[in-house]
Design a protein around this ligand. Structure first.
Ligand code: CA
Length: 234
C-alpha cells in the first residue's frame, strides 16, 4: 500500500487525516514543521506528500522547492487561502495538486487516488514506451519547442519555463491557428481532473508573454476576446 507523509503543524488536522488515511489502508507518517518536512520527504521512501502551506520554520512553498530540487515525489498542497495566485505559485513550484482547507475528507481521498494513479500511469508509460530518438520540434515565428527534450528556444536563446507554462505553450503551438478556450487549455496543460479555476491560464499566458514576447520582441500568443488564445503562423 502507498506510503504517505503528512507535513502539517496543526496537530488536530494532522491526526484526523492520519486516522482517515490509515483507515483507507495507507501507511502514514507525519511531521509538524517545514524543516522536518524536507528531511522526511527526501529521506523516506514516500509515494505521496500532503504539504500544508503555512508551516513553522520553513513555509510549504519553500519546502516544496527544496523537495523538487531532488525528488519528483507527488505533492498535494493543503492551502488555507483561496487566492488563485497561491495555487498558481504552488503548481509552478511543482505541486501536483492542491486542496483548499477546510476540505471534505472524501475529496482529499479522491485527490490522493487520482494523483497516485496518474503517477503510476506516467511510470508505466515510461517503461513501456522508451523515448523516440527523433525529436519532435515545432517552430513558429522563431520560437521552437522541443517536445521530447522539454526545451523552448527563441533563436539560440533557451527560455526557462515551468512545467505548466511549457504545457500551455505546447498546447497552443501544437494547435497553431486554432483558437483554444481556457477550458481546453486547462485540460491539456493541467489534466482532465484539474478542478481549479480556468483563469489560471491567463496567469500562465502572462508569464509566457513576459518571458518570450517581451524579451525577444515577438508577438506569439494572441488573445481572442471572450474565447481564449491562439498562436497564428505568419
Ligand atoms: Ca498550518
Amino acid at each position: 500500500m502507498a506510503r504517505i507523509l503528512i507535513v502539517e503543524d496543526e496537530a488536530k488536522i494532522a491526526r484526523f487525516i492520519e486516522l482517515e488515511l490509515t483507515h483507507e489502508g495507507y501507511e502514514v507518517e507525519k511531521v509538524a514543521d517545514g524543516r522536518s518536512g524536507v528531511e522526511a520527504a527526501l529521506g523516506g521512501d514516500y509515494d505521496l506528500i500532503l504539504l500544508d502551506v503555512l508551516l513553522p520554520q520553513l513555509n510549504g512553498m519553500e519546502v516544496l522547492r527544496r523537495i523538487r530540487r531532488e525528488s519528483d515525489v507527488p505533492v498535494i498542497m493543503l492551502t488555507a487561502r483561496d487566492a488563485v495566485m497561491d495555487k498558481v505559485a504552488g503548481l509552478d513550484a511543482g505541486a501536483d495538486d492542491y486542496i483548499t482547507k477546510p476540505f471534505a475528507i472524501e475529496e482529499l481521498l479522491a485527490r490522493i487516488r487520482v494523483t497516485l494513479k496518474r503517477r503510476e500511469a506516467m511510470v508505466g508509460t515510461r517503461s513501456v514506451n522508451p523515448p523516440e530518438p527523433d525529436h519532435h520540434v515545432i517552430t513558429i515565428k522563431g520560437v521552437s519547442l522541443d517536445v521530447e527534450r522539454h526545451e523552448v528556444r527563441v533563436g539560440d536563446d533557451p527560455i526557462e519555463l515551468t512545467n505548466r507554462e511549457f504545457e500551455v505553450l505546447k498546447a497552443l503551438m501544437e494547435n497553431r491557428n486554432v483558437v483554444m478556450s481556457r477550458d481546453r487549455l486547462v485540460q491539456l496543460a493541467c489534466g482532465y481532473d484539474f478542478v481549479g479555476e480556468t483563469n489560471i491560464i491567463d496567469v500562465y499566458v502572462r508569464h509566457l508573454r513576459s518571458k518570450i514576447d517581451d524579451h525577444h520582441g515577438v508577438k506569439l500568443i494572441t488573445t481572442v476576446r471572450g474565447v481564449g488564445y491562439v498562436i497564428r503562423e505568419d
